[in-house]
Design a protein around this ligand. Structure first.
Ligand code: AP5
Ligand code: MG
Length: 213
């Protein structure tokens, strides 16, 4: 099963993608996580991506598409995957479709986790992230067992550089301008499903599994 997660920054794409990946035994692929891992390791790609990410801008398609296509070509993706944060522009969606069509494959579902802008800024300021394993927490909703420490790998948790309120507003604008058009794109392909992302995260997950079966 090949799944795309759509939704504004902070809608809960990563939280749900992780749960989907576990239940269905498929890899969770987040372009944001791949960029953050590269930033942490000081790679050339990381340095380039950081310039855009810190301003809340999208990393250019040329950089992003190659990374994603390389990743989904790996063996663990043979049985499907859940994409989180890709595609984010119409050109990215078109490149992915072309690559899949060439292999007689297709995306099965594009799931839009719908959360109004008003809820987003509040969520982001409470988020804490593990840059080592990609786990995500929320100070109020999903606190770690020990304050500031990742439950899964024991590393320190941080407020992401791009979760400062002024950057979040910029990311929301970029989302509405460049990413929201994908909702129409996948609706026309008849694979769009929308879930209410303002519900409790377990209820959001139930809504998603009702769709995926
Ligand atoms: P990326 O890492 O993809 O960030 P994003 O889309 O802005 O999304 P987030 O990760 O911030 O939010 P999320 O929807 O995953 O929410 P989460 O589950 O954490 O991208 C970062 C940057 O990388 C981009 O700005 C761009 O520069 C670059 N980039 C990445 N991909 C790219 C691409 N394809 N092209 C170009 N550039 C790209 O949840 C948020 C918080 O809310 C958490 O604290 C969580 O615990 C909490 N929460 C989750 N669900 C609920 C719930 N139901 N109720 C209450 N709280 C909840
Ligand atoms: Mg995420």
């Amino acid at each position: 099963m090949k799944i795309i997660m759509l939704g504004a920054p902070g809608a809960g794409k990563g939280t749900q993608a992780k749960m989907i990946a576990e239940k269905y035994g498929i890899p969770h692929i987040s372009t944001g996580d791949i960029f953050r891992a590269n930033i942490k390791n000081g790679t050339q790609l990381g340095m380039e991506a950081k310039q855009y990410m810190d301003q809340g801008l999208l990393v250019p398609d040329e950089l992003t598409v190659k990374i994603l296509l390389d990743r989904v070509a790996r063996e663990d993706c043979a049985g499907g995957y859940v994409l989180d944060g890709f595609p984010r522009t119409i050109p990215q969606a078109e490149v992915l479709d072309e690559a899949l069509t060439a292999q007689n494959e297709k995306i099965d579902y594009a799931i839009d986790v719908d959360v109004p802008d008003e809820n987003i800024v509040k969520r982001m300021s409470g988020r804490r992230a593990c840059l080592k394993c990609g786990a995500t927490y929320h100070l109020e909703h999903i606190p770690p067992r020990t304050e500031g420490i990742c439950d899964s790998c024991g590393s320190g948790l941080v407020l992401r550089d791009d979760d400062r309120p002024e950057t979040v507003l910029n990311r929301l604008k970029v989302y509405h301008d460049q990413t929201q058009p994908l909702i129409d794109y996948y609706s026309r392909k008849k694979i769009l499903r929308t879930v209410d992302g303002t519900m409790d995260m377990q209820d959001v997950f139930h809504a998603i599994t009702a769709i995926l079966g």
